[in-house]
Structures are given as C-alpha cells and as structure tokens.
Design a protein around this ligand. Structure first.
Ligand SMILES: C[S@@+](CC[C@H](N)C(=O)[O-])C[C@H]1O[C@@H](n2cnc3c(N)ncnc32)[C@H](O)[C@@H]1O
Length: 231
C-alpha cells in the first residue's frame, strides 16, 4: 500500500478531495493511505508561529525551517520528499509513475512568500512545479500530484477507465472521444466510430493521437520519435 504524507497549513483543503471519487475509493480499498499533518502542530510557542520576516528584507513572510524538519522527523519518512514550488522541475507523467511504484511519498506545501531554503537543502527534498505560474499555496499542486499518482496504482482504475488510453501514458496525447447522440447541432461523430470495425477504429484513434501530438506538442512528438519502438 502506498502511503502519501502531506505537510500543510491547511489540512481542511484535503479532507473532501481525498475522500471523494477515485482518491476516496482507493483509500477505502486500502490501496493508498493518506496522512495529512498540520504544520502548526510542530511549533512550540504560544502563537504557533510558522513564519518570519525574510533575511535581507523584502515583502512577504517566509515559512520557518523547524516545523517542516520536525514534521518529517515525526512522520519518520525518507525520500522521496517533495516541496511543491514554482521554481521546481515541471511535474510530469514520469514522476507520477516513479511515485506510484514507490512505498511512500511526502509532499510539503509552501505558502506566503516562500519556504526557507534549508527545508529543501536539509531534508534532501526535490522541488516540483505544476507549471509556469504562481499559486497562493502548494495545496492545489499537492492534490494534483496525489491524483496523478493514485490513479496509476494497480487496482485503482477499473478496466473500463484504465489509464493506458490516457494522454501521456505512452508519450502521446489521447485521441478525441465522442458519445451519443451521433449528431448534435450539426456536429457529427466521425463515421468510422459508428462503423463497428474495431481495426479501423483503432487505426483512426492512433492517427488522431499522432496528429494532435504533432500539432499541439512538438516537444512530446520529438521525444516520441526518439523513443525505441516496442517489439
Ligand atoms: C506565493 S507562492 C511562492 C512563490 C515564490 N515566491 C516564487 O516566486 O517561486 C507560495 C507557495 O505556493 C506553492 N506554489 C506556487 N506556485 C506553484 C507552482 N507553480 N507549482 C507548485 N507549487 C507552487 C509553493 O509551495 C510556494 O511556496
């Protein structure tokens, strides 16, 4: 069973999400367990202070190192420890796979202006970013990482919703999907999908996946072309 630890100032942001839909079902089936801890619980002063002014000046408060170190000590975890961070490496499918095959994943959520750099340096944490934009806190990013990882755990998705046909699974974007009705407001479902010819349908989907990847994500297309083909 995968254990996902989260250190956050806002545990309430996780309660509903981790209990709902696929993430909740995975926990109920004991395929994953979530331990969400409150950073303030690892302070020792009356005001439960987690932040302080930045050395060198400047606007905004910086999260102090001690509560993060104590939380990680208390959880007794080793790598991978991830600090969600706008200056991190971009989180990608390969990272989700790497975390999904592990036993434990620990996510540290920043907030306010920044997190003291010693958290990353001292805990050997990797910094991962969700994209080239800035969130107010690491919580939405942590939830995205958890969702991307948990849906890859064996047994979490049924055959009918398998991750293998999804974008990025095999390096390509997924082809478009259609459902009933066959025609709506002058927009028709591609005839091949109504043909019942499974070979033709598979060929159309493969062509569409390649076309979309080539047009929208030349970076992925190049990587896909470089990858050794399966025997
Ligand atoms: C307001 S942001 C701090 C941004 C920081 N001053 C910077 O310029 O990189 C507060 C917290 O939100 C989280 N965060 C912000 N943008 C993120 C992103 N793109 N990906 C992941 N986490 C992010 C981080 O945990 C960060 O410590």
């Amino acid at each position: 069973m995968l254990t996902v630890n989260v250190v956050t100032l806002f545990p309430e942001m996780f309660s509903a999400s981790l209990a709902t839909s696929i993430l909740g079902r995975a926990a109920a089936q004991r395929l994953v367990r979530y331990r969400v801890v409150q950073l303030r619980d690892y302070t020792h002063d009356r005001h439960q202070t987690v932040d302080d002014y930045a050395y060198g000046g400047g606007a905004g408060m910086v999260l102090k190192p001690e509560p993060f170190f104590e939380a990680v000590d208390d959880l007794r975890v080793g790598p991978p420890i991830v600090l969600l961070s706008a200056r991190g490496k971009r989180f990608a499918h390969e990272d989700a796979v790497r975390f999904a095959v592990g036993k434990e994943l620990t996510l540290l959520c920043g907030h306010y202006k920044d997190v003291d750099q010693r958290v990353v340096d001292g805990l050997g944490a990797e910094e991962l970013s969700l994209g080239d934009f800035v969130l107010s806190g690491g919580e939405p990013a942590a939830l995205c990482v958890i969702d991307a990882v948990v849906r890859l755990l064996p047994g979490v998705l049924g055959d009918h919703e398998s991750a293998s046909g999804d974008s990025h699974y095999d390096g390509l974007l997924a082809p478009p999907s259609y459902t009933r009705p066959p025609s709506y407001r002058g927009l028709d479902v591609p005839a091949v999908l109504l043909s019942g010819d499974h070979e033709q349908i598979a060929a159309w989907r493969a062509r569409e996946a390649e076309r979309l990847t080539r047009e929208r994500r030349p970076d992925l297309w190049m990587k896909y072309g470089d990858a050794p083909s399966e025997q």
